[in-house]
Design a binder for this molecule. Sequence first.
Ligand code: ZN
Length: 449
Amino acid sequence: MEDFTEIFMKKEKTDKANQNDFSSEMLQFIEQSPTCFHATKNIKNLLCEKGFSELSEQNPWKIKHGERYFVTRGDSSIIAFALPQKCNGGFAIVASHTDSPALKIKEGGEKNELGVCRLNVEKYGGLLLSPWFDRPLSVAGRVAIRSKNGKIEMRLADIRRPLALIPSLAIHFDRNANDGKKIDFQNEMLPVFSEEGERSILDAISEHLKIKKTDILATDLFVYNAERGFFWGAQNEFLSSPRLDDLECAWTTLQGFLDSIVTLEEMQNIPVYATFDNEEVGSMTRQGADSTFLSETLERISISLKKNREEHFCALARSFLVSADNAHALHPAHAHLFDPVNRPLVNKGIVAKLNAAQKYTTDSISLALFKDFCQKAAVPLQIFTNNSNVAGGSTLGNISQTHVSVRSIDVGLPQWAMHSPLESAGAKDPIFMKRATEAFFKADEFPLD
Ligand code: ZN
């Protein structure tokens, strides 16, 4: 067998040529996915292009070996799978999330006073507030409209161009502005949108959708950072973009999934690609990771393949879930907040997350298995543990365990400025996640414990 470093060096050479192309495709996907609804629609379109058929939760499923399918819930979560000829093993599942922290526009979307109209927004997720100031912001989301035939129809809208902005207060009014200051969300975070009384957000949306304003019945609209992703650094080795958490994982694992099923005929496990909405607000929704979406989908696959309950449980016991949600890279100015030993760096590969309190699902078995996939794919793997004095975050791995209890690992790509409207990461890392995911889906079986 070839030495791991040797394989890695060879891979690194071929990767050099295409890693920024790969990452640049990812940035395009993220740019076109300003909300969970758009991300889901773009993933759905890509799956359709690759020969996947859409299933509806409302009708019985008739699925066949050798075919590929997907199902969505709430327009914002999607599960795709392909059926090998044999399906002797379990389910090989990769999960990520489609949502990102943003400003959600409340019903009765604006406040007119003091010469301007400001959008009345509330927090969606754990936002880092200060970077939202002085940035070009736009509006996108889902709109329920009364269509011409009188029925209610859901449409997606994305204005794209800079439509709003939250101006900072000049330093001259607050000499202590650089000494750390509390932000009054309800007052300070409302983006300026037009001159007072001139336009409403529904004017902009109805114009954009070319419909009458009175045909809009309800909306799920978000204010998002309208900047495009870009490469930077002495050798373009870094990238920045809105929504890297977690569209970076949603996109790279999708690519690994699609590339792996080229060899579907030889697969033992059923490859499952899942991406959920509402991770940023705790996942406890109809379409979140803390719902029945994954467990019911897996069960319906078994039912449709005429497996009995006993066989379904055997398949679950042979399954493995990779929860892919971005990880914190060591911050050069704040190294003391990180674990003194486990310090993931950008551009140095995938990060496996471990936590004694089980906020992450990684254990020695799942880590060993995942290490093996990474070695086979010549992908470097790093470790994240919290500094023991810092609480740290959580993710979707342990949440979905409450519905589908399968062996699982929490991984992610290293990034800076998580939950800022502009996040940063390594340009070399995305292809690693794609390759590791591909190796995972191609694995023969996951040894039983
Ligand atoms: Zn995340």
